[in-house]
Design a protein around this ligand. Structure first.
Ligand code: SF4
Ligand code: SF4
Ligand code: SF4
Length: 306
C-alpha cells in the first residue's frame, strides 16, 4: 500500500533555499482568476506572512516564504478560495492558455475554455515525467505550445473557392508568409508556405477564401529548459471535445509507458511514438479528423466558409 507522505510532499509545495520556508504554488488554469479570488490570495498571503506574491511562467501565482508548519491551514484556505495547491513535481502542471478568440483578433479557437476543460480532466495527475500542456489560439503561438509536452494550436486552413477574383491583392498584403501570389490576375495559394493562421480568409471582400472551420493541431514531446525541443505532430481534430479526448489519451499513454528520470522529449523514439501516433489516428471518428483541402459540402451550402 502506498504510504501517504502528507502535504509536505505534495506538488505545489516547494522547499525554499532557506528550508525554514516553503513556496506554495496554486492551481489557476489558463491564468484566469476572479477579482474576488485575487483578493482572497492577497488576504491569505498577508495572513501567513508574505509581503508579495509572484506570477509564474505557467500563469499561476506563488506565495513565497510560507511557514511549513501551517501548510494544512494554508492549503485549506487556498482551496476555499478556489485556487488550491498547484502542481510542480512529476505530474500534470498548470494548463496554459492565451486569450484565444474571446479577445484576440487572431484567435481561431477558445483557448481558455479548452484549457479549463483539460484542467478538469487531467490536472495534477501523478506521472513518470513532468507534463506541461499549453494552448494557443493561433499559430502566433503566444504560449509556445510546441515547447510543451502537449501543445494545442488553433488553426484555420484557407481554401480558394471558385469565383470572380479581382486580383486586388488584399489577401496577398495580409499574408505574412508569402503564401499567396497574384498570377494571371487571380490569387493562387501555396500550401507549402501556408501555416493556416486564417488571416487571409477574413481579408477577401468577395469571400473567395473559405475554410472548413477551425481545427486543433496537437503536438507531443516539446520542452523548454536547457535543451529546448519542438514537439512532434500528433494529429489535428475538428472540435474542442475531440482535442480534450486526445489529450487524455496522450496523458494515459505517457503514464503507462514513459520512464521516470528523463524528459518526455528525450524518450519519444524509445516509446515508439510513431506507432502511438498511428493508433491515435485510428481511434478518432472520421468526422473529427481534420483533413486538409476539404470543405464539407454542408459547410459551403450553409455559408459557414469564413
Ligand atoms: S496565440 Fe494567437 S490567438 Fe493567442 S494571443 Fe497570440 S495572437 Fe492571439
Ligand atoms: S492562412 Fe495565413 S499563412 Fe496561410 S495563406 Fe492565409 S494568411 Fe497566409
Ligand atoms: S482572393 Fe479576394 S482578396 Fe485575394 S486577390 Fe482575389 S478578390 Fe482580392
Amino acid at each position: 500500500m502506498l504510504k501517504d507522505l502528507g502535504i509536505h510532499k505534495k506538488g505545489g509545495v516547494i522547499t525554499e533555499r532557506n528550508p525554514e520556508y516553503c513556496t506554495i504554488r496554486t492551481r489557476i488554469p489558463a491564468g484566469m482568476i476572479t477579482p474576488e479570488q485575487l483578493r482572497g490570495i492577497a488576504d491569505i498571503a498577508e495572513r501567513y506572512g508574505a509581503d508579495a506574491v509572484q506570477m509564474t511562467v505557467r500563469q499561476t501565482i506563488e506565495l513565497p516564504h510560507m511557514p511549513p508548519e501551517q501548510l494544512d491551514d494554508i492549503s485549506r484556505d487556498l482551496s476555499m478560495n478556489g485556487t488550491p495547491l498547484g502542481a510542480e513535481r512529476d505530474e500534470v502542471k498548470n494548463i496554459l492558455a492565451c486569450t484565444g478568440n474571446q479577445r484576440c483578433i487572431f484567435g481561431n479557437i477558445d483557448a481558455i475554455a479548452l484549457a479549463v476543460e483539460i484542467d478538469k480532466r487531467v490536472f495534477g495527475k501523478e506521472m513518470p515525467v513532468k507534463l506541461r500542456i499549453a494552448v494557443s489560439g493561433c499559430p502566433n503561438a503566444c504560449t509556445s505550445p510546441m515547447l510543451n509536452e502537449i501543445g494545442i494550436t488553433g488553426k484555420i486552413e484557407p481554401i480558394r473557392v471558385p469565383g470572380m477574383c479581382t486580383g486586388c491583392g488584399t489577401c496577398v498584403e495580409y499574408c505574412k508568409e508569402d503564401a499567396i501570389a497574384i498570377k494571371k490576375g487571380i490569387s493562387v495559394l501555396d500550401s507549402s508556405k501556408c501555416i493556416d493562421c486564417g488571416v487571409c480568409i477574413r481579408s477577401c471582400p468577395y469571400d473567395l477564401l473559405q475554410s472548413s472551420g477551425p481545427y486543433y493541431f496537437i503536438t507531443v514531446g516539446g520542452s523548454r529548459g536547457r535543451h529546448p525541443k519542438v514537439g512532434r505532430e500528433l494529429v489535428a481534430v475538428r472540435s474542442s471535445s475531440a482535442a480534450v479526448d486526445v489529450v487524455e489519451k496522450v496523458v494515459s499513454w505517457v503514464y503507462r509507458r514513459a520512464w521516470s528520470g528523463r524528459l518526455l522529449s528525450d524518450q519519444l523514439d524509445d516509446l515508439q511514438y510513431e506507432k502511438f501516433r498511428e493508433e491515435i489516428r485510428g481511434q478518432i471518428p472520421e468526422g473529427e479528423l481534420f483533413r486538409p483541402g476539404v470543405i464539407p459540402a454542408e459547410d459551403i451550402s450553409a455559408g459557414t466558409g469564413i
